[in-house]
Design a protein around this ligand. Structure first.
Ligand code: ZN
Ligand code: ZN
Length: 287
């Protein structure tokens, strides 16, 4: 059993309506011989949308897993893929936004679940309150419009879909949307934000592609005992010593890998290919 004999010439259903197949399908086709198909009329928005009119169910990984389960049920296939993105301020630098992309790969035939991930500060995720057209175009220029689309809303927590205009990617459409929303607004203010749906956001699409390469790496990581794909880290143990004073830091010293098939466990020293931590990470050398 290895990733090539397991997956070659199989059909995988990708649960998306935002054109994610553009970056996901070629990688899995070329590297593993998987034929990726996208079902028609599979509405992924009912699992939660970025514009918050529908709340996401559960965690990011749970939401992706749920999408795969639904799409496999719908199509009767046994191999499914879904991805899910989230955007939040960087944990250490709140002025910078972070995009976390997860992509989940589930093989029901072989009882495998493998998850790829990308954490990136490369995102245009942003929003603004604006009161006139000039401010709207200033915001648009800052976030890479028109290659990256925009969303106009009456306020930041829309109650229903007719308060939201999505996928704005021409100057004319932006002008119309702003004017339309300004006339409907009580306080002469509208909420403008970046459209984070993959096909309207090339920067996010790039991060989904990187997450797919990470997934491929994990699919190709085989258990040394039974060769099952997805031999992955289940625990990171901190304590990588400081390069100057040898004090243990919070960086990973040892990683524990586990096979989800046979349960084989392996410890790996210095999994990030570094034997010492940079002194900037040390609580004594860089207080
Ligand atoms: Zn194994
Ligand atoms: Zn130190």
């Amino acid at each position: 059993m290895d990733s090539h004999t397991l997956f070659r010439n199989r059909v995988a259903v990708l649960a998306t309506m935002h054109r994610k197949e553009r970056v996901i399908a070629p990688i899995l086709q070329r590297e593993l011989g998987i034929h990726v198909i996208v079902p028609q009329n599979f509405n992924t928005d009912r699992f939660g949308s970025f514009t918050r009119e529908i709340e996401r169910s559960g965690s990011q990984i749970e939401a992706a897993r749920l999408k795969v389960e639904k799409v496999l049920l719908l199509t009767g296939e046994s191999l499914g893929i879904a991805s899910e993105g989230s955007f939040a301020p960087h944990p250490h630098f709140p002025y910078i936004s972070c995009n976390r992309e997860v992509i989940i790969f589930i093989d029901q035939e072989n009882n495998l679940e493998i998850i790829g991930e990308e954490l990136s500060t490369d995102t245009n995720y942003n929003h603004a309150k604006i009161t006139d057209i000039k401010q709207a175009f200033e915001f648009a220029e800052k976030v890479g419009f028109p290659e990256h689309a925009l969303i106009v809303m009456l306020n930041e927590n829309p109650q229903n879909t007719d308060e939201i205009i999505k996928g704005i990617n021409t100057e004319k459409a932006l002008l119309e949307a702003i004017n339309h929303s300004l006339t409907k607004s009580f306080n002469n203010t509208v909420h403008l934000e970046t459209d984070m749906r993959a096909m309207y956001n090339p920067t996010r699409m790039k991060n989904i592609e990187k997450a797919t390469y990470n997934l491929l790496e994990k699919i190709n990581s085989l258990c040394p005992k039974c060769s099952a794909p997805g031999f992955d880290i289940i625990k990171r143990i901190p304590g990588l010593p400081c390069e100057w004073c040898n004090t243990p830091t919070t960086l990973t010293n040892t990683a524990i890998y586990k096979c989800q098939k046979c349960g084989f466990i392996k410890e790996k020293l210095f999994p990030d290919a570094k034997q010492f931590a940079n002194p900037s990470q040390c609580m004594y050398c860089n207080p």
